[in-house]
Structure formats: C-alpha cells, structure tokens
Design a protein. Structure first.
Length: 273
C-alpha cells in the first residue's frame, strides 16, 4: 500500500492489485466504495466492453480472453501487479508491463498526484509500445459512494454531454449518436470540449471530474455507488475508433478530481459577516 497525504486529503494506492486507488478520504470521510474490485481501478489497454474480445489491427484479428461473456471487459491492468518507481508522500509513480494475454508488448505508467493544498487529485496514464504499433485505450473506473453515510442526501450527478452513444442490446454502442437521455445509465457520452462532470452530496461535498479526454461512461445502476469514468475512447473503441500507440506517439490521458465543502442552506461559512 502506498499512502499519500496533503491538507485534509488522504489517498491509498494498491500497486499489487491493479494500481487501484483503494481509498480517497477528504476531511476524514471516505468517498470511494471500498473492497476488492471497487475503489478506482485503471482501464488499460482498453475501456469498457470489447466486442466478443476481438481486436483488429491492420489485416489481422486477435482474440482476447472473454471475461464478461460475450465480451472482454475493462482491460487487464486492473488485475496486474504494478511496480512503484517513485513516491514522495504527496505523489507517486507506478509502472506495469503489457504482455500476454495482450498481443503486444509495452509499458503503462500511472502518476498519482495530490495538490499541495489537498484540494484535488490528478491521475495520469501513459501507454508506450516496446516496438510494434497497436490500438489502445486508457481511463479510470471510480466507484463513488452514493451516500457518504453521514445522514446527508444521496449524490447528484450533473453534466452536459454533446451526445449519448446509443446502446445496443449487447451493451455496445451501435454507432448512432442520440440526444442525451435521463438515467439510470450504463452509457457512454461524448464531451468534445473535455469531460466535465460534477458530483454533489448536498450540504456536504461537491466534487468535479475533469479531463481533456472526450469520452465518459456514467454508470449508476447499483444501489451503493455511481461511476463516472473518463476515458480516451468509447466502449469497443479499439475497433470503432482506434487510437494507435506508436514508437513515436504514446497514448497519454489524465483526469483531475477536485473537491470543496458545501455549506448547508441558510448556514453562513465561518467568518462571514
């Protein structure tokens, strides 16, 4: 476990369990659902579902393990044992080597950085190839607590996407873009100006999820959690919107989570006149 702290924020990272963020505490309150498979895990070298586990690269089709029948799900980094290469108490760097069952070799890096004032956390993923070019995606799958357990209301998710990817019966985007629909969601949205989603636990905390990435999946069908997943491409994007990692052009994506306390209605902040 690698522990980071700044201001009123504490972060715990588990490099040997997929380099997931196992805990994010702000002012002593845990924001992430804890436990195996939860927290916030890395999605690399692909995000969401890949159609029947098949990946096309050039004229060849490669078969990946189907771990969420009938599809492959969320990449392999979440199950990998990462290596800690640097840590200074407020930030840390980790690496993981791509290989079987992924058809290509390469290196994945994750930087985890708390702001000096403890008001935000920035995560950065980089994917590099060892030699041969290949399609890849990168992103994060945080499980935010629906309720912070302090007697307040459930979280509210606010965002203004440009479109919603129509979801087919196989849970993959059909390729058709539609007007954003009301939840509940297990859907991908396009935000061409960058991901910008706000989670508000009324009268407790407001948290923004931002990224220069243009895609976000929102999943809120579970009772205990909601997921806001910034990622470099849509589900099945290895085949429908491939982004090649080449020896001269790695893939890099980052997200920042910033938070602030929310005052109860009618209550003035301390020191207000």
């Amino acid at each position: 476990m690698v522990r980071l702290a700044a201001g009123d924020a504490e972060v715990a990272v588990e490099p040997e369990h997929g380099c997931r963020i196992a805990s994010l505490r702000v002012c002593g309150t845990e924001l992430l659902v804890s436990g195996e498979g939860y927290g916030s895990f890395v999605m690399v070298p692909f995000c969401g579902r890949t159609d029947r586990g098949r990946v096309r690269n050039g004229g060849r089709v490669y078969q990946l393990p189907v771990d969420a029948p009938p599809h492959a799900l969320h990449g392999f980094a979440r199950n990998g044992r990462w290596r800690t290469v640097a840590s200074d108490g407020r930030s840390a760097a980790f690496t993981w080597e791509l290989g079987e069952p992924w058809p290509w070799s390469g290196t994945v890096t994750q930087l985890v950085e708390l702001a000096e004032d403890g008001g935000s956390l920035t995560l950065t993923l980089g994917v590099e190839t060892a030699a041969e070019s290949f399609p890849a995606q990168a992103g994060w799958h945080p499980w935010w607590r629906r309720n912070l357990g302090r007697g307040g209301s459930d979280v509210r998710v606010d965002f203004t996407p440009a479109w919603q990817e129509e979801r087919g019966p196989d849970h993959l985007p059909t390729g058709r873009r539609v007007e954003p629909r009301p939840g509940p969601w297990d859907d991908c949205f396009g935000m061409p100006d960058g991901v910008d989603v706000t989670l508000t636990w009324p009268e407790e905390l407001e948290l923004s999820v931002t990224s220069r990435a243009e895609w976000v999946v929102v999943y809120d069908e579970q009772e205990a959690a909601v997921c806001v997943e910034p990622q470099s491409g849509p589900p099945n994007g290895l085949n429908t919107a491939p982004r090649l990692v080449t020896p001269i052009e790695p893939l890099e994506v980052s997200t920042t989570w910033a938070w602030r306390r929310v005052e109860a209605e009618g209550r003035r902040p301390a020191g207000a006149g």
